[in-house]
Design a protein around this ligand. Structure first.
Ligand code: COI
Length: 409
């Protein structure tokens, strides 16, 4: 743990060891950065194409103080998650979509980008090299059987095994405890999150005048994560920002450039200091249409109709957003992408956010100017709950992948 600020960042150095995996507080991981073992690095010069990527031990990278990313913010990032299925295989959710989004962002920021195949290979190598950090999302089959037996046949157990027969009693307790040990001794433990994968594409070469960098670096690293918001799966409280904007028409709000996230820090920090979970931004032209939250997209539900702001260049085209739209339509909901006014937001029956990091996060309250609106009875709304379950059971391999969204490693 860092002595200065108490974070669990070891300054980027690869001091990971079995000891560290065991020492991670899996229950309270949140979305803090935990270094893992390896990262994937691939470089390319301006006018050239990416080639010869390689895995390296995770650690600091060297950059000139005049690197394009440091001076002019020429950089993009992506985010995706790996889950470990019950049978031990590792699942990625729609990684080609991240590759495509990175490519469109690279085009906007005048950077060359890895091909879809190179992107997928880099992500796969990174996940496999850091495999020991991918937690099981469910317990072993064996534990399931034990727990089911314990649950349904407890009376029979007690009467016939425990009270009548001494050696079977030992056997029963052995099985019972083995089931629990299996659950709790898994390192990393079962059912507690995922491995977050962070691809970066940056202008790493030196520039002084405003221009694209002469060299670019594509890098993929990973960190085990839990819930994004400190509320966990409980509803979050948002405040609508009326003075600062995240993006403007013709800008870069629709691509995942690092600057979009620097732009929200002030409003977000102020909101958090007042006890809000995060900030909801409005459009910069009319200051009345809902855009997105600092790190996620937003959906409103009114009388079983689901609406989300349309993608028009100022809103990030979220992969979870797109997936939730398809899942909801598949479940029979009417889903509309269009303009959502702040009034519609305040009159909604339910509001929820979506994103790779946040998954599906229910919103408990929204504050707009002096008005505070609450949704539901303090718990997760039924639509958000249904969509959360449908999405996560697909991502974790619990339900069948009819859409062909899962890549199994
Ligand atoms: C993600 O959901 O992957 C994101 O990019 C959000 C991030 C800013 C935490």
């Amino acid at each position: 743990t860092c002595a200065t600020c108490g974070c669990n960042n070891n300054n980027g150095n690869s001091a990971s060891s079995d000891q560290v995996v065991k020492d991670v507080d899996w229950d309270n991981l949140g979305f803090a950065f935990t270094p893992t073992d390896y990262m994937y690095v691939m470089k390319c010069c301006q006018g050239d194409t990416f080639s010869d990527g390689e895995l390296q031990r995770f650690g600091n990278i060297e950059l000139s103080p005049s690197a394009g990313i440091l001076n002019y913010g020429q950089g993009l990032f992506e985010g995706l998650k790996a889950y470990r299925k019950q049978d031990g295989s590792i699942l990625l959710f729609r990684p080609e979509e991240n590759a495509l989004r990175l490519r469109s962002g690279a085009e906007r920021l005048c950077m060359p980008s890895p091909t879809i195949e190179q992107f997928l290979e880099a992500v796969k190598y990174t996940v496999l090299a850091n495999e020991r950090w991918v937690r099981k999302v469910t317990m072993h089959n064996f534990s399931y059987v034990v727990f089911l037996l314990d649950y349904f046949f407890w009376d029979i157990y007690r009467e016939y095994l425990i009270e009548r027969c001494a050696h079977q009693k030992v056997c029963f307790f052995f099985l019972f405890y083995l089931g629990w040990l299996d659950l709790f001794w898994q390192i990393p433990p079962a059912g507690k999150g995922s491995l977050y994968i962070r691809p970066l594409l940056i202008g790493s070469g030196s520039v002084l005048g405003v221009a694209p960098a002469p060299e670019f670096t594509f890098l993929v690293y990973a960190s085990p994560v839990g819930n994004y918001f400190k509320e966990g799966l409980s509803p979050i409280n948002l405040i609508v920002e009326t003075n600062m904007h995240r993006a403007s028409p013709g800008g870069t709000g629709g691509v995942k450039t690092v600057g979009n996230y620097a732009a929200v820090l002030k409003a977000q920090t102020e909101a958090k200091s007042k006890g809000y979970s995060d900030v909801l931004y409005l459009d910069s032209v009319h200051n009345k249409y809902v855009e997105e939250v600092s790190s996620c997209n937003v959906f409103v539900v009114k009388q079983n109709k689901i609406c989300t702001p349309a993608i028009k260049g100022t809103i990030l085209p979220g992969i979870t957003r797109k997936s939730i739209i398809d899942i909801a339509r598949g479940l029979g909901f009417q889903v509309e992408e269009g303009a959502v006014t702040v009034d519609e937001l305040l009159e909604a029956d339910e509001v929820f956010c979506t994103g790779t990091a946040v998954v599906v996060s229910p919103v408990g309250s929204i504050t707009y100017l002096d008005q505070r609106v609450t949704y539901g009875k303090g718990g997760t709304g039924p639509v958000a709950q249904q969509l959360y379950s449908a999405l996560t059971s697909l991502q974790m391999g619990v339900t069948g992948d009819k859409m062909d969204w899962i890549v199994r490693l």
